[in-house]
Every structure is written in C-alpha cells, then in structure tokens.
Ligand binder design. Structure first.
Ligand code: ADP
Ligand code: MG
Length: 629
C-alpha cells in the first residue's frame, strides 16, 4: 500500500522520537506510570498535559507540534517508548502496554465545528461544544479469532476495522481445506464504544445562526463519561469515511472525530470575556439613575411599548440565586416567565431578541423543534446504528442559560409531562429501554403561547383560556396576559414606530446599494434613535455575565417584611381555590428570586425596599389577570 507522508518534516527517526518521549515521561509522568502499573487494567490511560509537553524545552515543542500534524504516528511513538523502555510493565509483561491508552488534554487552541475543512483530516483537533446525543455503550470487536469447523484449529487474530466484519480469506492453515470458520468470542478481543454528536455552544453563535454538529467516536474508558447537555472539549483525530449511496461508493466523504480525550468543562468553559475597560463601563453604568429604564428599553427596541413585559424580561436575564439546602435539595434561582397573548403582538419577536442578550440562550418552538422536543428523548435511530440514542432537547441544551420556547401551547403531551420536573427540579429523568439517565436543565424558561381559541374571548375569564394545566402554570414565576384591544392612541404610536423601523431599514439598504453617495450621519442617527437600544447589546451581555459572577445580594429586613406582607395579602385574596393559578408558597419564592434579580441589575449586595416594591408591582400586574380580578 502506498504510504502518503502525513508529515513533511524528515529530520528525526522513529527511534529518536521514542527516546525523547521516554525522557519526557520519565521526567514528568513517573507517578502516573507507576499508578497504571499498580492499578492495571482498572487504570489504563496515561493522560498527558499538552501544555506541559510544550514547555519541555525545544524538544517538547517539536513533539507537541508533531502531535497536531501527525497524531497517529505520535501515539504509536509514545507506546513504543513505554514498551521499549519498560516504563510501566516489566519485560515479560510488555505486551500489556498495547492496552494502555495515551491521551492528550489541554490543547491551547480550539477549532469551531463550522471551521473544520478537508485539510484537517488526520490531524489532531480540539473541539468545544455541547453534547446533543449519545448512543448506548456497546462492545465492538477489535481482534477476531476463528476456529476451523473441520479440524478445530484456531486462526491468528484478525484485526477488525470500523464497519464491516472481516472474515478469514484463506483456507485453514492446518487442514488446508476450504471449510467454514466460526468466530470464537471468548478468545476474541472487544472494546467498549459509544457515539456522540456535539454541537457548537450557543454563546459562540451570532444571533439566529443554526449550530453545526460533529459526530464523535469514543472508545474504551472514555465511554459513558459525559451525558447530553454537558459542555465538553473533545480532543482527537479527525477521520474521514467514504459515503455509500445505493450500494456504490461515492467520492464524497463524511467526517468524524476519533476521540483521544474528553474534558467535561463547566467551570473552565470560557464565558463572556470581560476586560478591565469593560468592567469600568459596567460599574459606571450601574450608577446611572435611569438604569432600570435603560435596560428595559434596550430589549427589543424595535417593539413599541410593552414596558412591563420588557422590565420583567430584564429581571429574568439577571436571574435570582440558586440555593443549596442542608438536606441536599436545591432552590432554583432561574426565573420562569410565560407570555400568553393574542397573535401578532410581538411575542415571538421579543423571545428572539432575548436570545441575543442571554450569554447562553436557545430559541425553539413547542410545535416543531427537534425530535428531542423540549426535554429529552430516547430513540432507536440511524445515528446509533440500531443502538438506542439519548438526545437532549432545548431545555437541556440551554443549561445555565435561557430557553425561549415559542408556541408552548402546541407542545407534545410528552413534553408537557416532563416539563414539570424540568422546571422545578431542573433535571430531566429518562428511563427507557437500556437508557436511564438524569440530565440537567438549569435554565430559565421564557415561554410564549396563544390563548386556547387562538384569540382571547373578551367575555370569558382569562384564566380559563390558557391552554395549560394549573400544575404547569404554577411553576411560572410570572405570567403575562397580552391582549390586542384596538386603541387608537396606542395603535398610532405602534404604527409610527413600525414605520420608523422600516424607514431606517430603507436607508441602510439604500446606502448598501450606493456606497459612493455621501452619508449624513446625523440624519441617520436621528432617525435610528427610537429603534436603537440605549445599552449596546454587547455591553448588556457583559453586564449580565459580570453581575451573575460577582453579585449575590441578601434580603434586608425592610424588603423581607414588604414581601411577606404582600404574600399574605395574596393568600387572603385568592383563598377560594377555584382559580387555575393558585397562590401558593411558590409565589413567595418567586418574589424572592425576582427581588434578587432586581438588586443584581444595579450590582447591589443588598435587596432593599425599592427592589421589593418593583417586583410586587410586576407580580401584581401578572396576578391581576390570572389569579384574581
Ligand atoms: P406573535 O408572536 O405575538 O404572534 P410576532 O412577534 O410574530 O407576533 O409579531 C408580529 C409582527 O408585528 C412583527 O413583525 C412585529 O414586529 C410587529 N409588531 C407587533 N406589535 C408590535 C409593537 N408593539 N411594536 C412594533 N412592532 C410590533
Ligand atoms: Mg408568534
């Protein structure tokens, strides 16, 4: 077979490299090698820190660089080094080293899934993303031994590649007859395998872009180390596999990543980066007396009015504080909010805008969405080659962010029932066929729904027109009823606002087509002003991230008393339990979460009376429509 040189650097020979590796391992990985020797086969993976290798002088740099370009060779060099120098096993047990995995972690440079190209094939890559699907773990045959059905002689091991089963192509070596051979599973060798699909993480996407995906093969002790929804860095070799369409081979190839190592990264995961300058602008903005109004007005500025809804949205963007209790349970900090309203009043528009502002946001529709729906599903599909596949839905993928779910009234019954757990416990449990898993859904849910009959009926009680069971409704901290009643003053204002947005769009299009024409910046600024956010979306995102990271406000006595007094008055008013949204202790928890978010907006460590008043006003606006009249 002709060998294409994977590496164009001729210099050192294989043995030189193995000697270098041996020196490096002896210097930096003595303890780990010893552990493997003691704990083998339970412990059989040597995990090498790429950054440590890079820092090992000039030779380290060369080895590190070679790994990226020519990983197959490097991995076998390291194994040679281990074998030849008996770094783990003694001379007589040397072949055990074949079962040791050499893994590299902490590569400094990551590549986005969407930037992977043909020239990356057979190189070592580090890819970041969220796990969307995982298959069951199943054994794959790696070396097969056969027995001759005529004389019983065993064959040497036949190496098995991916895909097709390789059977002996020669006659039996002993009796030389062309007889049937049978596989002897007890003597053959298997390895555990699992397939994953990762997708780009939402924070890397510019608003509205669809995430791209990459399939990953895991082997041996890498299997079952991560679940759908986990944020991971996967390092491995990009492989290509030929497509076959209708039985004939195509010149098109598919790619997948042959995983070498997997890092589950929650804390290290790169969040929104905030520079010193950013911090300065953030702190400055936090002192602005118009702060709350500015934040609300920077949410979907092309949508006129809806000030209360926008104010509430700014609260859910900041969120409350999650609390762990001594009994091991936890109280969620995420705020769930529902918009129920007549069609055409910009519910969808607002949901889409929120995704732009949330550092980790996902927009989906209850109606269409993916096969995984809102929570998670287990299916037997083509992806798993007949294995069961567990796929994360929107709420799992939005873990630690906001899930904007449009058309919630149209979601499936399965979603509806699993949503209860997902919203309150923020976990999703799946038990189906061979798959049992608990996935995390620590996100805020911003839902939108139309009324039962498509439009609100003016004469029926509003609460009866929301197409969701009370148990689900009670899990929302805020429910806004948005009605489209003709009102000539408001309609004119909305109309003018919409036309302004169109006009601005026209100017922008005109300038694009006539780049040579002089542009009057002042004129454009003046036109743009009403439909531009007062706080730039980039700064908004950074502000949210900064506040969530640094700000954990506590309830002051005055605020506490205000909230309790309001809660008691609610219980009083809604004492007949006929209303579909009962007033329960959940409302008090909601008030606390909202008040925490309110204090976070001004980066305060204390929840004061003004926060209590603000959230009571908002909650009252919501409850007036649905819980009492
Ligand atoms: P919904 O999801 O509530 O049915 P959409 O979000 O699809 O409605 O909005 C319908 C259209 O009407 C959008 O183009 C939106 O921009 C416009 N619209 C509705 N209300 C307003 C408003 N208050 N200000 C500006 N545009 C609006
Ligand atoms: Mg809509």
């Amino acid at each position: 077979i002709p060998q294409f040189p994977e590496n164009s650097e001729p210099e050192a020979t294989v043995t030189d490299k193995a000697a270098d590796w041996s020196k490096f391992l002896k210097k930096h990985y003595k303890a780990e090698l010893g552990e493997i020797a003691r704990e083998f086969p339970y412990n059989r993976s040597l995990v090498i820190d790429y950054q440590k290798l890079e820092k090992w002088g000039k030779r380290g740099l060369l080895l590190a660089d070679e790994l990226l370009k020519n990983p197959g060779k490097v991995l076998s060099d390291v194994k040679d080094a281990i074998k030849q120098n008996n770094l783990i096993f003694t001379k007589d047990e040397e072949e055990k080293a074949d079962d040791v995995n050499v893994r590299f972690i902490r590569l400094p440079k990551k590549i986005d899934v969407r930037d992977i190209r043909a020239h990356h094939i057979n190189t070592f890559l580090s890819v970041e993303g969220i796990i969307r699907k995982t298959t069951e773990v199943r054994p794959r045959l790696t070396y097969a031994i056969f027995r001759c059905l005529n004389c019983g002689t065993l064959t040497p091991p036949y190496s098995q590649g991916f895909g097709k089963f390789q059977e002996p192509y020669r006659n039996c070596a002993q009796c030389e007859r062309q007889t049937k051979m049978e596989l002897v599973p007890q003597l053959s060798k298997f390895v555990d395998v699992q397939k994953l699909r990762i997708q780009e993480s939402p924070e890397g996407l510019r608003g509205g872009e669809q995430p791209e995906t990459l399939d990953v093969d895991l082997q041996d002790d890498l299997v079952a180390t991560a679940s759908p929804g986990d944020r991971v860095v996967i390092n491995g070799i990009l492989r290509s596999i030929q497509r076959v369409s209708q039985g004939s081979k195509s010149s098109l190839f598919d790619i997948y990543l042959e995983a070498n190592s997997l890092e589950v990264g929650e804390k290290e995961f790169e969040e929104v980066a905030i520079s010193d300058e950013d911090e300065q602008s953030i702190v400055e903005l936090s002192r602005d007396p118009e702060l709350y109004r500015k934040f609300s007005h920077s949410i979907a500025p092309s949508i006129y009015g809806n000030d209360e809804v926008k104010e509430a949205i700014s609260l859910i963007l900041f969120g409350g504080i999650v609390k762990s209790l001594p009994d091991g349970s936890h109280l969620r900090g995420d705020i769930h909010m529902l918009l129920v309203g007549d069609p055409g009043i910009a519910k969808s528009q607002m949901l889409r805008y929120v995704i732009k502002l949330s550092p980790r946001g996902i927009y989906t529709s209850g109606k269409s969405s993916t096969s995984a729906g809102l929570t998670a599903t287990a299916v037997k599909d083509e992806f798993g080659d007949g294995r069961w596949t567990l796929e994360a839905g929107a709420l799992v993928l939005a873990d630690m962010g906001i899930a904007a779910v449009d058309e919630m009234d149209k979601m499936t019954r399965d979603d509806r029932s699993s949503l209860h757990e997902a919203m309150e416990q923020q976990t999703i449990s799946i038990a189906k066929a061979g798959i049992t898993a608990t996935l995390r859904s620590r996100c805020a849910l911003l839902g939108a729904a139309n009324p039962k009959m498509g439009r609100f009926d003016e004469y029926a009680p509003i609460a009866e027109q929301i197409n969701m069971p009370p148990s689900l409704l009670s899990r929302f901290d805020l429910i806004f009823v948005m009605r489209d009643k003709p009102n000539s003053v408001l309609d004119r204002a909305i109309g003018e606002h919409i036309l302004k947005a169109h006009e601005v769009g026209e100017i922008i299009e005109h300038n694009k087509k006539n780049p040579m024409e002089e542009v009057d910046d002042d004129f454009i600024q003046e036109k743009l002003a009403p439909v531009l956010p007062e706080i730039d979306p980039l700064l908004f995102r950074k502000y949210i991230a900064y506040s969530k990271r640094n700000c954990f406000p506590l309830l002051r006595k005055e605020a506490k008393e205000k909230l309790i007094a309001y809660y008691l008055s609610l219980r009083d008013m809604a004492s007949d339990n006929s209303k579909p949204v009962p007033v329960t202790a959940r409302q008090l928890e909601a008030l606390v979460r909202l008040a925490e978010a309110s204090a976070r907006i001004r980066l305060s460590d204390e929840i004061d009376e003004s926060d209590a008043e603000r959230v009571i006003r908002i909650v009252d606006r919501c409850l007036r429509d649905v819980a009492y009249d």
